[in-house]
Design a protein around this ligand. Structure first.
Ligand SMILES: Nc1nc2c(ncn2[C@@H]2O[C@H](COP(=O)(O)OP(=O)(O)O)[C@@H](O)[C@H]2O)c(=O)[nH]1
Ligand SMILES: [Mg+2]
Ligand SMILES: [Zn+2]
Length: 300
């Protein structure tokens, strides 16, 4: 009799599969190698339990169910949503990097929620106003956001509600609190946390395997040690504008034919930036990415 479950971890040729009958340690049979296929963490797999295994449940992966999506670095599949973690302070938010993450996920058609972490460090009213400004930029574009910190448990119910019933990856730059969040949600995870410089010195936390933690009722989370490529690729430069949803209503009003909304003086998108309808930071990241893509195209 076979069972179906989710591969939540893969180490040294073993795949660990979460099924309704418990967790199984599995090998992938030669059929995969022959077909040049490899199970990936996140895959839904059909397994054949071994009859004779005593202590640990063991089995063989016999089939991989079709994947909904596949991410790289780390290589994981079937992601329902990405929680992009940004810290409001220490380190200061890097909006250019955030926009790259957003575009990466949009390319994969993975819904995104932005967590603005370390709100406890925002102390005076000037910092608070700046925090509100940044959060509003992304809210007004239509992104789901949550302002929180991990120094208290008060945000846990909101976090769990967002994660409920889904497979989520936590992504975002180093030092923003992804592992601290993971430990708060799932204390058994025991992820290593700490200052960036200390982590680099110890040389740890960078090579950790990808592991989905089961936190109940079809809900899984994956902490990543950094995440996916920050190079936006394979978008023709003249299509980049479609990844900036707030440009749309101005874009369609622009009177210049085939406008990329950079050079033309009386461009409707540029005017919206000048009038404060589109955030200057978002527009700046658009221009920078556009130029990067353009440069790549010239190398082909
Ligand atoms: N003040 C404050 N510090 C935090 C918060 N969340 C995480 N940190 C600290 O930020 C540092 C980096 O956290 P870590 O979880 O390792 O970040 P990661 O690299 O994204 O996994 C650690 O020293 C944490 O204790 C928070 O909400 N507030
Ligand atoms: Mg970490
Ligand atoms: Zn234009």
């Amino acid at each position: 009799m076979s069972l179906t479950g989710k591969i939540f971890k893969g180490i040294g040729g073993f795949y660990y599969v979460h099924t309704s009958e418990g967790d199984y340690e599995c090998r992938a049979k030669g059929v995969f190698r022959n077909r040049n296929e490899k199970p990936v963490v996140g895959d839904m797999a059909e397994i054949e339990p071994k009859e004779d295994s005593e202590k640990q449940r063991q089995g063989n992966v016999i089939r991989i169910l079709p994947r909904k999506n596949l991410l790289v670095r780390p290589e994981v599949s079937n992601v329902d949503q990405a929680v992009i973690v940004v810290s409001l302070k220490d380190p200061a938010p890097n909006l250019n990097m955030l926009d790259r993450f957003l575009i990466n996920m949009e390319q994969l058609e993975i819904p995104v929620i932005i967590f603005f972490n370390k709100s406890d460090l925002v102390s005076d009213s000037r910092e608070e106003a700046e925090e509100m400004r940044i959060v509003r930029i992304y809210q007004s574009i239509g992104y789901k956001t949550l302002v929180l910190n991990t120094r208290t448990n008060q945000y846990l119910p909101d976090i769990l509600k967002i994660l409920e019933g889904k497979t989520s990856v936590l992504s975002g730059p180093s030092g923003v609190g992804k592992s601290t969040l993971t430990n708060m949600i799932h204390p058994e995870a025991k992820m290593e946390t700490g200052e960036i410089s200390r982590k680099i010195k110890r040389g740890r936390n960078t090579t950790r395997h990808a592991e989905f933690f089961y936190i109940g009722d079809h809900t899984y989370i994956l902490d990543t040690p950094g995440f996916t490529s920050l190079y936006v690729r394979e978008i023709p430069s003249d299509r980049l504008m479609y990844y900036y949803p707030e440009f749309e209503s101005y874009r369609t009003k622009c009177r210049f034919h085939n406008c990329v909304h950079i050079g033309e003086k009386d461009c409707a998108v540029k005017r919206a930036v000048q009038e404060g309808e589109i955030s200057e930071e978002r527009y700046a990241s658009y221009v920078q990415l556009y130029q990067e893509l353009k440069e790549q195209e010239q190398h082909y």
